[in-house]
Design a protein. Structure first.
Length: 105
């Protein structure tokens, strides 16, 4: 027995479902528009109890894409002193010996 693959509806298709649902169409009538079973439409409409969810919007205080890119690029350009990554403590040995040891690691 062959099963249909999962149905992924676009935002436009979901908007059409909600419009028809609000007009009083049945699940069977709406599903017939997409050539699907009524259960595929039922899953979308029942997630919010038959009430159309509000449109998604970013928070006003959230960073914009440009701001996030700027921070990401600035973080990548930050130089890191290779001696800071050396496992040998600065107080344990003098600078010349430390640079030789760190060059080997």
């Amino acid at each position: 027995m062959r099963y249909r693959t999962g149905t992924y509806y676009t935002d436009a298709q979901k908007a059409l479902m909600w419009e028809r649902w609000k007009q009083g169409w049945t699940l069977h009538q709406i599903a017939h528009l997409f050539n699907r079973a009524h259960t595929s439409v039922q899953g979308i409409l029942s997630r919010t109890g038959g009430i159309r969810p509000p449109t998604r919007a970013r928070c006003a205080t959230a960073l914009t894409l440009a701001e996030r890119e700027e921070i990401s690029r600035a973080h990548g350009r930050r130089s890191v002193d290779p001696l800071d990554r050396c496992p040998v403590r600065a107080s344990a040995i003098d600078d010349q010996s430390r640079s030789i040891i760190c060059a080997r690691t």
